[in-house]
Design a protein around this ligand. Structure first.
Ligand SMILES: NC(=O)c1ccc[n+]([C@@H]2O[C@H](COP(=O)([O-])OP(=O)(O)OC[C@H]3O[C@@H](n4cnc5c(N)ncnc54)[C@H](OP(=O)(O)O)[C@@H]3O)[C@@H](O)[C@H]2O)c1
Length: 300
C-alpha cells in the first residue's frame, strides 16, 4: 500500500490562496536516488513564481504540484546505484528535477544522490535548508560565469537578500572586494558580511567595478551594464550580459559545507514558519525585504 505524506500543494496556478496542506502519495525511489525525510524546507522567490505559473514555459508541471526546491533532513532510504549516502545521514540539497511537482514543502523528497551534500555540523536543519539554492546560485555566478579573480571589485545587487548575502561572502572568500546595494537599514549587515562599501539603491548611481551580479533586472541591470566590466543576471537573459540558471550540485554544495563549517560563510536566517503557514512565508518573501533567508519547519 502506498504511504501518504503531508504536503503544501497547488491544484492550479494563482495567488497565496491556492496553497493547500494535503496528504499526497510519497515520492517513488529510483536507483540513483536518496529518499530524504525532510526536517526543514527553504523558501525562495522562485516558489512564488512557480505558484503563479511563471515557470510553466520552462518545465513540465505535474499536478498537484508540491512546491519547494530546498530541503534539509535525514536520509531514510537509498537506491541500489547510489554511492555516497546511507540511511541516517544528515544532508541537504537543492532538489530541482526535470519536472515541477515533487517539491520540498513536504515530509519526504527523492533526489539523485549527486544533488546531495552532508549537512554542515554547525547548522540546524532550518538554517541548512536555507542554503542550497541561493548559495549555489551565488557560487556558480561568481566562479563559473564571472570567473572572479583575487583583488577584483564585484558589485552585488540585493546584497542583503538570499542570493546576495551569500554572494558577498563567497566573493570575499575568492579574494575579491564586494560592494553591495541595499536599503540603509541593511548597510551595517553588508559590512559585517564583508562588503568594502554599501550603496543605497534608492540614490541612483553605482561605482565602476570589474564584475557585477544582478538579481533585479530592468533599470538596475541597464545602469549596471554601463559601470561593470562583466555582468551576470539571474533574472533577465540578454545579448549584452551573461545569464545563469542555478544547477543542482552536491559537489559544489560540499565546498560550501566546508566553508560554512570553517566559519568563512554563514547563513542569516531571518524567520521560520511551520509548514502549514507556507502562505505567510510567501507573503513575507513577496514583500521583497527579507534579510538573508526564511525557511519552513516540517518536522521536529
Ligand atoms: N536564475 C536563477 O537561478 C536564480 C536563482 C536564485 C534567485 N533568482 C532570482 O533572483 C531574485 C533574488 O532572489 P533572492 O532569493 O536573493 O531574493 P530575496 O532574498 O527575496 O531578496 C530580498 C532582498 O532584495 C533587496 N532589494 C529589493 N529591491 C532591491 C533593489 N531595487 N535593489 C537592491 N536590492 C533590493 C532587499 O533589500 P532591502 O530590504 O535593503 O531593500 C532584500 O534584502 C529573485 O527574482 C529570484 O527568483 C534566480
Amino acid at each position: 500500500m502506498m504511504s501518504v505524506v503531508r504536503a503544501v500543494v497547488i491544484h492550479e496556478f494563482g495567488g497565496r490562496d491556492k496553497l493547500r496542506l494535503e496528504d499526497v502519495s510519497e515520492p517513488k525511489l529510483f536507483p540513483d536516488a536518496v529518499r530524504i525525510r525532510i526536517r526543514a524546507a527553504g523558501v525562495n522567490p522562485v516558489d512564488c513564481k512557480t505558484r503563479e505559473g511563471r515557470q510553466e514555459p520552462r518545465f513540465p508541471h505535474v499536478f498537484p504540484v508540491v512546491l519547494g526546491w530546498d530541503a534539509a533532513g535525514v536520509v531514510e532510504e537509498v537506491g541500489p546505484a547510489t554511492r555516497w549516502f546511507k540511511p541516517g545521514d544528515e544532508v541537504y540539497a537543492y532538489c530541482r528535477k526535470h519536472f515541477v511537482g515533487e517539491g520540498t514543502y513536504t515530509e519526504q523528497v527523492v533526489v539523485p544522490d549527486g544533488f546531495v551534500a552532508r549537512l554542515p555540523r554547525n547548522l540546524n536543519f532550518a538554517e541548512a535548508a536555507a542554503v542550497p539554492l541561493a548559495a549555489l546560485t551565488a557560487y556558480q555566478c561568481l566562479v563559473e560565469q564571472l570567473q572572479i579573480k583575487p583583488g577584483e571589485t564585484v558589485l552585488v545587487h540585493a546584497a542583503a537578500g538570499g542570493v546576495g548575502h551569500f554572494a558577498v561572502q563567497i566573493a570575499r572568500e575568492l579574494g575579491a572586494k564586494p560592494i553591495g546595494t541595499a536599503s540603509p537599514r541593511n548597510h551595517d549587515f553588508l559590512r559585517e558580511l564583508g562588503c568594502i562599501d554599501a550603496i543605497d539603491y534608492h540614490e541612483g548611481d553605482f561605482p565602476g567595478v570589474d564584475a557585477a551580479i544582478d538579481p533585479i533586472g530592468g533599470e538596475t541591470l541597464e545602469k549596471t551594464l554601463s559601470v561593470a566590466g562583466r555582468t551576470v543576471s539571474i533574472v533577465q537573459p540578454g545579448d549584452t550580459h551573461g545569464y545563469h540558471f542555478v544547477r543542482p550540485s552536491g559537489a559544489e554544495l560540499s565546498v560550501l559545507t566546508g566553508w560554512i563549517e570553517d566559519g568563512r560563510v554563514r547563513v542569516h536566517l531571518d524567520d521560520t514558519f511551520p509548514l502549514d503557514e507556507a502562505a505567510a512565508a510567501h507573503e513575507r518573501l513577496e514583500e521583497g525585504h527579507v534579510r538573508g533567508k526564511i525557511a519552513l519547519t516540517v518536522s521536529e
